[in-house]
Design a protein around this ligand. Structure first.
Ligand code: COA
Length: 158
């Protein structure tokens, strides 16, 4: 069984992430969508809220697991017998960051390889912080996120 891990901050999960996840399921038998920690980021949603959104958004997809890892993603891969890390690329600006992340992962665990999917053109402008900004400005974000995310924003601002 070919297993992969798709790590990210998912703050919140968007249709851009869903696109990458769905495409990765065509290549791997099992994909864990992993809430990982980027120490340079301040999050809008708590770990539990993000996991709830990730679980709900992926509940109808076969072969998907949702998990949280406070440490290195490559260690998580080793513990769970995953061979690949998945990332999405939206624009050339993502490349340098992903190139460095990939090099750091390779240094820590040369046996874990990374697979990149190019985002569909219509999703290239989407990021979690853009969603947060649009929501705060009162723009309808429902076309850009799974329905649970809209619900969670409403719950949060009640
Ligand atoms: N569609 C929509 N948005 C996308 C996207 C896509 N296809 N691909 C990337 N993004 C956005 C995300 O929404 C996020 O937006 P934001 O910056 O506004 O929040 C941004 O691109 C960055 O993506 P994300 O996948 O969340 O990465 P990150 O930089 O926040 O986190 C980790 C990267 C969590 C995977 C990385 O820090 C990590 O691996 N941490 C664990 C520790 C570790 O193993 N470190 C590596 C060795 S040092």
């Amino acid at each position: 069984m070919k297993k992969a891990v798709y790590p990210g901050s998912f703050d919140p999960i968007t249709i851009g992430h869903m696109e990458i996840l769905q495409r990765s399921l065509e290549v791997f038998d099992e994909v864990t969508i992993l809430l990982a920690v980027n120490p340079n980021k301040k999050s809008t949603f708590s770990v539990d809220e993000r996991l709830e959104m990730m679980r709900n958004a992926t509940k109808d997809l076969k072969g998907v697991k949702v998990d949280f890892c406070p440490g290195l993603t490559v260690d998580y891969c080793h513990k769970n017998n995953a061979t690949h890390l998945i990332r999405g690329l939206r624009a050339v600006t993502d490349f340098e960051y992903e190139f460095q992340l990939s090099a750091a992962n390779h240094f820590a665990a040369p046996d874990i390889d990374m697979v990149f999917f190019m985002a569909k053109q219509e999703n290239t402008f989407i990021s979690s912080s853009t969603i947060n900004e649009l929501y705060r400005a009162g723009v309808d974000i429902s076309p850009l996120v799974p329905p649970i995310v809209v619900e969670m924003y409403k719950r949060k601002t009640k």
